[in-house]
Design a protein around this ligand. Structure first.
Ligand code: NAD
Length: 474
């Protein structure tokens, strides 16, 4: 066991220490999960839904304890409550859809006398490795469909935001039926690697460099691996679009959670003839946003959760300025009582030779670039190794949709941003490029990622005679 420590994003102080789980502790958790899985899978969908609903109710009772710890982990208030609430909503949604998704399939096949049954066999133990930007939601976004499918889960949250784990584990313990079914291990990359070495399927949410390590470790064991990685999501604003609407929506997406969101809009392409007006509107709206400081309950922009991120954002801005971009508003890392903040930042004159337009920023920054033709806008939007989400604003939804259909991303919001958040259980989306691999994480069918499809095939007629061999040889 080794001791890890966590920094408080509002004070800059190291005020929390914990023991990381080593390989032996991870193996013990996975062993317990494996033993519990048999009964959990056999108990049926209705029972699993009932137990998870019980947990959702328990989470509401434990709301203050968990949200308070999450707030210290992340330096923000309102989103912490939303994170806890989201778990209940997701449980409700998956429970509602599970019977239909896993409905028995039994029918005749194309071949005479042969019929088959489809069986869904859950992967026994699913490992989940999650990042620090939404510590609670991203620990369970993938765990919940796996649980509903009949797997048990072992979750490893980020070591950057560890405080919520204690009250979380207490809330799981308060539901005895979850014993062994949901477990949480704590630690950094070493604990993550130990988890991959022990589970039957791994889901990872985090950065591309770590995702590559996770994929390699999973490949060594030939276990399925679903990766949900970073983004550099574009927005295209066509001539004739409602500029005020576009500026509001793009800014909201870019600065929500201080821009520490994988699907935040991180680059904007705007038609040359409306470019100046759009930048003016964007800058005006950005300048009106306040920091969540000194009062965490007021303002719109919180501190950087991860100290290193502030340096990455500042470095990208320096690189952009050196290459000719203009910071219209914001752009400075401000230190207040040890916390690191940046006001909503608008950058004009960005180009693709700047890191700000090619690398994930994860800060409250909106870089803008003008385009002449729609073809150029689409080419620029697709000039990326990422492909998580995108947005297109146009004079009509139809015109925007035609452009959206040409953008390489798993989901494109039309005349708004961040719409995937509204449809977690409808529609499906898969990442393009290096933003991830694996079946859709959205839609009820995401539960299918956690089962193997097995066919039971019956022959009700005669078996083929041995003579068939010589006929085939002839
Ligand atoms: P990260 O890759 O640094 O860490 C993520 C997790 O991986 C942590 O729990 C960490 O302890 C663990 N880890 C580190 N090294 C490991 C290793 N060698 N083997 C196994 N596990 C290891 O990511 P982060 O900085 O915590 O999160 C930010 C990143 O996550 C951004 O790139 C962001 O875009 C991405 N993200 C993606 C989504 C999505 O849904 N696609 C959602 C949120 C965040």
């Amino acid at each position: 066991m080794s001791e890890l420590q966590a920094r408080n994003p509002r004070t800059g102080q190291i005020d929390y220490r914990f023991e990381a789980d080593d390989a032996a502790a991870v193996n013990a958790a996975v062993g317990k999960a494996r033993a519990a899985q048999v009964g959990w899978a056999q108990s049926g969908i209705a029972h699993r839904a009932e137990v998870l609903h019980k947990w959702a109710a328990q989470l509401q009772r434990d709301m203050e304890k968990i949200a308070t710890a999450l707030s210290i982990d992340t330096g923000r208030a309102r989103i912490s409550h939303e994170e806890v609430d989201a778990i209940g909503h997701m449980i409700h949604g998956y429970a509602e859809h599970a019977e239909k998704v896993f409905a028995p399939v039994s029918r005749a096949s194309g071949a005479p006398d042969i019929d088959f049954e489809q069986q869904y066999v859950p992967y026994p133990v699913v490992g989940v490795i999650s990042p620090w930007n939404f510590p609670m939601v991203l620990s369970f976004f993938d765990a919940l469909p796996a649980l509903m499918a009949g797997c048990t889960v072992v979750v490893k949250p980020s070591e950057v935001t560890p405080r919520f784990v204690e009250p979380l584990v207490e809330s799981i313990r308060a539901v005895p039926e979850l014993d062994g079914v949901i477990q949480v291990v704590r630690g950094d990359g070493a604990t993550g690697q130990a988890l991959i070495a022990a589970v039957d399927l791994i889901v990872f949410t985090g950065s591309i460099p770590t995702g590559l390590k996770v994929a390699q470790a999973a490949a060594q064991r030939l276990i399925p691996c679903f990766l949900e990685l970073g983004g550099k999501d574009p927005a295209i604003v066509l001539a004739g679009a409602d500029l005020d609407r576009a500026a509001t929506s793009i800014l909201r997406s870019a600065v929500y959670n201080t821009g520490q969101v994988c699907y935040a809009i991180e680059r904007v392409y705007v038609a040359e003839k409306v470019h100046a007006e759009f930048v003016r509107l964007l800058a005006e709206k950005a300048a009106a946003l306040a920091l969540n400081y000194p009062d965490m309950g007021r303002g719109e922009i919180g501190p950087f959760i991860f100290e290193r991120q502030a340096g990455i954002v500042a470095g990208q801005l320096r690189d952009a300025e050196a290459k000719g971009a203009r910071i219209v508003t914001g752009g400075t890392v401000e230190e207040h009582d040890g916390g690191l903040y940046m006001r909503a930042t608008v950058v004009d004159g960005a180009t693709h030779d700047m890191e700000l337009m090619t690398e994930e920023t994860f800060g409250p920054v909106v870089p803008v670039m003008a385009f002449d033709t729609v073809d150029e806008a689409v080419r620029l939007a697709n000039d990326t190794r990422y492909g998580l989400t995108a947005a297109v604003f146009g004079p009509t939804p139809e015109e925007a949709t035609r452009v959206a259909a040409r953008v390489n991303a798993g989901a494109v919001s039309i005349n708004d941003t961040d719409l995937p958040r509204a449809i977690t259980l409808d529609g499906e989306k898969m990442a393009f490029g290096m933003s991830g691999i694996g079946g859709s994480r959205y839609g009820a069918s995401t539960m299918m990622r956690y089962v193997r499809k097995k066919a039971l095939i019956r022959n009700h007629g005669e078996v083929k005679p041995l003579a068939v061999l010589s006929e085939e040889d002839a």
